[in-house]
Design a protein around this ligand. Structure first.
Ligand code: NAD
Length: 484
């Protein structure tokens, strides 16, 4: 199956922070793959802007190297590579002064879609918005893309929203959460709302509980300063895990349009109960053969920042009354794995007797690696020997579904950057969603601070602190394994 590509209208895209890690590893490779797929053509101009000095040839050589690393199949074709690099210009510019802005405005003369990607530290989001307006670079067709982190708490998120709103309308602001661009996450909506099979069972009557796991094997490498101030709660739970929870828990929107979907997600966040202190576990990884522990890595022997969180949340509404949502995320865990497991209740009565055991259907939505969806169903074990039951997976791997020769699931940034150009905000967070998520997160963090809470140590390469297992055990449940 070859996916259908509908070319987008001509556009100008300015990437502030064009020499940075995100631009080189994600944004430019995503644009390059879409160029190779025929999604946009020679009418397009991409301007990378940053503070350091590079001539055009020097910058293009840097990008060519990044593309060879992050989009190797497409970069192997010299025609593709040259075609893309020719659309790319570099501009030296300072986000916090007027240096370089006249040059930028000299290049942006066409009246057409104009997107500004803020791939710089969060301290520059507000100054950039101001400079764009000040230099008359914004028009009706302008949109801005804002990276995470969006604020540090409710007050700072509100202040940033207010600043951006003074320069741009909400339908021009694209707050990115790259988890929403993942093929599986969009498929989650297709599975829920495109099939009759699941939605009737998607409630507390049939679902026992839901587990959302985002496990990483990496430590804080290279992001020590930011992470020490943020911790797992701010870095992962407030945005990525919260967004996944919303998509699982939300009511069907009347249509698949950006405000209808985001209205429903917002209702979920607002329906979340405050988390009780005994329903949350914080952890911090210790050193081991694979590297230093968290405290050593950040150079703070007394750090109380968490690199792991597990918690039990509850969505207080008719659909989910009594169904717990267990969320966990951590660094230096046993495997890199992001997965949502929907665990259905046991059949009300086993006609096969107690010896057949308990068999709960589980729907697993894998975000990484191997994006795909698996439904575990119970069947008779084949062969002689009576009625023995086993659970087998009905597996839909997207790499396989895409067919031979087309085994690459599109990267989240491909989808999201093209959505910015198309003007589709469905997979971006609205300002009120972000604020509601902080309003839920802030009291949890304030509670830790008030109690002087210290995270529990856990071994690098493990599944996290033992207390996270207890959190489940107390409820008569267990975590699904963290598998690569
Ligand atoms: P980085 O430090 O690698 O790059 C920052 C870029 O900003 C560089 O190009 C630098 O030249 C430019 N810059 C800094 N000060 C500037 C100024 N005054 N004027 C103009 N340009 C300036 O950072 P990054 O890792 O690429 O992250 C960029 C943003 O994306 C951050 O907000 C980060 O939180 C977010 N983000 C990054 C990742 C990632 O994987 N790297 C993932 C999610 C979100």
């Amino acid at each position: 199956m070859v996916s259908r590509v509908i070319p987008v209208d001509p556009f100008d895209l300015v990437i502030f922070g064009g020499t940075g890690d995100l631009a080189q590893r994600k944004i430019l490779p995503a644009l390059f793959r879409r160029y190779c797929a025929g999604q946009w053509n020679d009418d397009v101009r991409i301007i990378a802007a940053a503070r350091s000095a590079h001539d055009q040839a020097g910058y293009r050589a840097i990008v060519a190297e990044s593309l060879a690393q992050h989009a190797p199949r497409q970069a192997a074709d010299p025609g593709n590579l040259d075609g893309f690099l020719n659309r790319l210009q570099y501009l030296r510019l300072d986000a916090s002064s007027d240096d370089g802005w006249e040059n930028l405005s000299g290049q942006l003369t066409d009246l057409r879609i104009r997107a500004f990607y803020f791939s710089v530290g969060p301290g520059l989001f507000a100054p950039l918005a101001e400079k764009i307006r000040q230099h008359g670079l914004a028009n009706e067709q302008t949109r801005i893309v804002v990276e995470k982190p969006f604020g540090h708490d409710l007050d700072s998120a509100r202040a940033l929203n207010a600043t951006l709103a003074s320069y741009f309308s909400e339908n021009q602001i694209y707050r990115i959460d790259h988890y929403l661009g993942k093929e599986t996450v969009q498929n989650l909506m297709a599975v829920r709302f495109g099939n009759m099979l699941f939605e009737p069972l998607w409630n507390s009557q049939y679902v026992d509980h839901i587990q959302i796991t985002v496990a990483e094997t990496v430590g804080v490498d290279g992001r020590e300063e930011y992470y020490e101030r943020a911790g797992a709660m701010r870095d992962m739970v407030q945005n990525h895990l919260m967004q996944l929870l919303c998509l699982i828990a939300m009511e069907p929107p009347a249509k698949f349009d950006s405000d209808a979907v985001r209205d429903e997600k917002l209702k979920v966040i607002r329906a979340l109960d405050p988390v009780q202190p005994h329903h949350i576990v914080r952890g911090q990884y210790s050193g081991g053969p694979d590297g230093p522990g968290y405290r050593e890595a950040v150079g703070n022997p007394r750090s109380t920042t968490e690199s792991y969180v597990a918690l039990r949340a509850h969505v207080s509404n008719w659909r989910w009354a009594g169904t717990p949502f267990y969320l966990r995320t951590g660094k230096r865990l046993v495997a890199r794995s992001s997965v949502i497991n929907v665990i259905f209740k046991d059949a009300p009565h086993s006609i096969f007797g107690a010896e057949a055991g308990r068999h709960a259907n589980t729907l697993s939505i894998r975000l990484q690696p191997n994006e795909g969806i698996t439904l575990k169903v119970t069947i008779k074990e084949p062969g002689q020997g009576g009625m023995r039951l086993i659970d087998v997976p009905l597996d839909m791997s997207f790499a396989e579904a895409l067919g031979p020769g087309n085994q690459e699931a599109p990267d989240a940034y491909e989808r999201l950057v093209m959505d910015v150009i198309r003007g589709n905000q469905t997979l971006f967070m609205r300002g009120d969603e972000v604020e509601a998520a902080w309003a839920w997160t802030d009291p949890i963090i304030a509670g830790w601070q008030a109690r002087g809470d210290v995270p529990k140590p856990y071994d690098s390469g493990s599944t996290g602190p033992g207390d996270a297992e207890l959190l489940m055990k107390r409820d008569g449940r267990h975590w699904q394994g963290i598998k690569p």
